[in-house]
Design a protein around this ligand. Structure first.
Ligand code: 5MM
Length: 337
């Protein structure tokens, strides 16, 4: 393992003013997204859509890396250019989602554990040969009555640490994503407590597995009110609570922290990131790795203009720029129009 190369890649993923595009929807998830624009999810349609996104002119100005699904790493644009090469030309680092999804955790109703460790070493080696330089694994933690259990948190963080160690062995930077879901009526304090407990467990497990934190990027969920909570925390409260939680639980050695959007509105996700970066400078850069909050407008535009890539590309370029500004605390909502 070349540690300096891992560290260089991790730092490039969180370079100032840049963040990560998450287009790693599994086949089931992308079918749901396409259903919202009345498009059937065929392999060709998925390839066309993702080619449109990745060929957006100058996308690399604000996007450091993109997380792909297995299928996408092997696909080419309609004019025959491998998507990995398109990304390299754009200065966008290719990444790959390697987990096999969140499955019911036995004996723990309402809770999930992410699977995918079997055969992972061999899959990572193949992905590295195909051009991937980082990977991602997402664990899902649900807040509800008497959950999450300690067993659920530990099973998920243990798997994240085993995955991270295997990634580094293969020369890939692991993005570790322990997502505390927004679903539910929990308040900001509940979210804070669960996020802090999850992150503390994660870093204990990473330490136990000898993972080099300088070569890790944390993909975190924000500390935010549940989606059906009546008293919603303000942008400043979310920013302050998230930052306090991260300062409590994330070692300074971690290369960077990127946020998922988790169902937040496009502009809401940008405002939260910007508010955090206005609170000061921290040991780690704070940036974005949004899926929905980067793609929503582009997906709609693509569905409405099949055969004309420009509206979708403009929508993606705009959101990437807004979030790039938020990543350095220089976002201005007036620039939205
Ligand atoms: C883009 O969505 C990703 C894939 O999800 P599934 O494995 O469930 O199909 C997901 O991992 C995503 O990278 C993160 O959850 C962040 O995306 P959002 O939309 O929450 O920003």
């Amino acid at each position: 393992m070349d540690i300096s190369e891992l560290v260089t890649t991790a730092q490039a993923l969180v370079a100032p003013g840049k963040g990560i595009l998450a287009i790693d929807e599994s086949t089931g998830t992308i079918a749901k997204r396409f259903a919202t624009i009345n498009v059937e999810s065929t392999e060709q349609a998925r390839c066309d859509y993702r080619s449109t996104l990745l060929t957006t002119p100058n996308l690399g100005d604000h996007i450091s890396g993109a997380i792909l699904f297995d299928e996408t790493l092997r696909q080419s644009t309609p004019d025959g250019r491998p998507l990995v090469e398109v990304m390299q030309e754009q200065g966008i680092i290719p990444g790959i989602k390697v987990d096999k999804g969140a499955k019911d955790l036995a004996g723990h109703p309402g809770e999930k554990v992410t699977e995918g460790l079997d055969g992972l070493r061999e899959r990572l080696q193949e992905y590295a040969e195909l051009g991937a330089r980082f990977a991602k694994w997402r664990a899902v933690i649900t807040i509800g009555e008497d959950i999450p259990s300690a067993a659920c948190i530990e099973a998920n963080t243990h798997a994240l640490a085993r995955y991270a160690s295997l990634c580094q062995e293969s020369g890939l930077v692991p993005i570790v994503e322990p997502e505390v879901l927004m679903d539910g009526n929990h308040d900001l304090d509940d979210c804070f407590d669960v996020t802090e407990a999850t992150l503390r467990s994660l870093f204990a497990q990473l330490y136990e597995q000898d993972v080099i934190l300088e070569g890790v990027v944390l993909k975190a969920s924000m500390v935010i009110s549940g989606s059906t909570c009546e008293e919603r925390a303000s942008v400043d409260e979310v920013a302050q609570a998230t930052l306090t939680c991260l300062l409590n639980a994330v070692p300074a050695a971690v290369a960077g922290i990127v946020f998922l959007s988790g169902g937040q509105g496009d502009q809401e996700a940008t405002e939260h990131l910007d508010a955090m970066n206005r609170l000061g400078e921290f040991a780690w850069p704070l940036s974005f790795s949004y899926g929905r909050a980067l793609q929503q407008a582009a997906l709609k535009a693509w569905g409405e203009n099949r055969g004309n890539q420009e509206p979708a590309q403009q929508a993606l370029a705009h959101r990437a720029k807004m979030n790039g500004l938020a990543a350095i605390g220089e976002y201005d909502p007036a620039a939205e129009s």
